[in-house]
Design a protein around this ligand. Structure first.
Ligand code: NZQ
Ligand code: ZN
Length: 393
């Protein structure tokens, strides 16, 4: 096993009605003025935003608001948020929504506390030295941004989707009421479940000598999400299933499932980010569309690990060798994706990728030949091209 640091400073407030505690949680942060940041309307329609405002009013908090965050959140709104927060002297950001809203809040937080262009961090030109404190009220179980150190932003100029990670951005608190996720469209619920599973799978497929404990947590987490995702396809208002998935979403991406590992592979995420940037697909769906292609391409580099996954997570009977078992596990995962109406190739998302676009995806994903991806098997630009091509469908 590898040495590790585990840092999860986020206070979790979980359960029915916990959003009504938001005002008091913000007040405990000792801030002067709050930006309430939200998405494209679901929190307005559900009445959640009004309840949050009432909770802030009751706690005597001064606040302003900025909505309009879209999935694959845009850099232009981040700039707008930074200008607004500077003008209004905001010192705390409350994100009410999903990963996109939280990531946009984190980017605004970086822009408020560091000089220069905030995109520089996402462009890997320099490191942030601080971030405004962030609080979250989560409305979708998926990205795990409510406890993670990451933020993913899309720059409209060139449609580049890039992530940036630093512990400064880990939220101070996360309010998680599973009831809030019951209004999600089925597709978003399923897409979120895939993302949650993938945050653990990216870490599970590594080149480490793994810890039994971390493997056990990881395997159980993935199985639990699969089981409850299936339930939610027919019972969207099943509280316990919503709760299992919601807590899994946070634990999957707060670092717990990488303890003792080398950090994991993460190629599927990087491959998906370009799909999200160019075609604006839902993140989890994009992951499901490329995962099988990635897994088949790299499994020979670590067949025993894929075989362990196949048996312990997917419950398949071992074949005569690890490679055979590994393949059965990959097929079983694709069957699961289909069972919750998730894609297993890019065409399943209604996108016909042209040859030029395959090359554009590979160029962007490899930072125009400037980086490789992954640890299971290091992927060059041409490998990325091949994986996209095999995922085309
Ligand atoms: O904008 P509104 O109207 O709220 O609608 C959203 C959006 O259309 C809707 N929604 C959210 N909660 C709802 C709801 N609709 C009805 N009822 C509710 N309770 O769902 C749609 C998706 O929301 P979004 O925030 O985009 O979802 P998600 O949490 O999956 O976030 C996706 C983004 O996070 C990034 C992804 O790349 C993508 O840009 N990621 C962020 C990570 C991180 N910061 O750690 C890690 C992930 O790997 C991921 O890359
Ligand atoms: Zn993800």
């Amino acid at each position: 096993m590898e040495n590790f640091q585990y840092y999860t400073p986020t206070k979790v407030v979980f359960g029915k009605g916990t959003e009504d505690l938001t005002g008091e949680l913000v007040k405990a942060q000792g801030c002067r003025k709050v930006l309430v940041h939200y998405g494209s309307g679901s929190v307005v329609r559900s009445g959640l935003l009004d309840r949050i405002f009432r909770s802030l009013d009751a706690a005597g908090i001064d606040y302003i608001s900025l909505g309009g965050v879209v999935p694959n959140p845009r850099l232009s709104l981040v700039y707008e948020g930074i200008d607004l927060c500077k003008k209004e002297k905001v010192d705390f950001i409350l994100a009410v929504g999903g990963g996109s809203v939280i990531d946009s809040a984190k980017a605004i937080g970086y822009g408020m506390t560091n000089d220069g262009d905030v995109w520089d961090f996402y462009d890997r030109k320099r490191q942030a030295q601080a971030c405004l404190p962030i609080g979250t009220v989560l409305t979708i179980s998926a990205a795990g941004s409510e406890m993670s150190n990451s933020s993913v932003i899309t720059k409209e100029d060139g449609w580049l989707k890039r992530g940036y990670s630093s512990d400064y951005s880990r939220p101070k608190f996360a309010v998680m009421d599973p009831v809030l996720t019951m209004t999600l469209p089925k597709y978003q619920t399923a897409s979120g479940c895939v993302d949650i599973m993938m945050h653990t799978m990216e870490r599970y497929f590594n080149q480490s000598d793994n810890m039994e404990l971390t493997d056990g947590i990881s395997e159980n987490l993935i199985r639990t999400v699969m089981k409850n995702a299936r339930i939610l396809m027919t019972e969207p208002e099943n509280y316990n299933a919503r709760a299992e998935v919601m807590w899994a979403g946070s634990l999957s991406h707060n670092g717990l499932t990488e303890c003792g590992t080398d950090g994991g592979d993460w190629s599927s995420h990087q491959l998906e980010h370009e799909l999200g940037g160019m075609f604006d697909v839902a993140h989890g769906a994009g992951l499901a569309a490329v995962w099988g292609s990635w897994a088949r391409y790299v499994m020979d580099a670590r067949p025993e690990r894929f075989a362990q996954f196949a048996v312990n997570v997917m419950g398949v009977d071992p074949a005569k060798d690890d490679a055979g078992t590994a393949l059965k596990g990959i097929e079983a995962m694709e069957d699961f994706y289909r069972s919750i109406d998730m894609p297993v190739c890019i065409r399943d998302m209604g996108i016909e990728v042209t040859e030029d676009q395959l090359n554009e995806l590979a160029d962007k994903c490899s930072h125009f030949g400037g980086r490789t991806l992954g640890v299971v098997k290091k992927l060059t630009r041409d490998d990325m091209y091949q994986i996209y091509k095999n995922a085309r469908g």
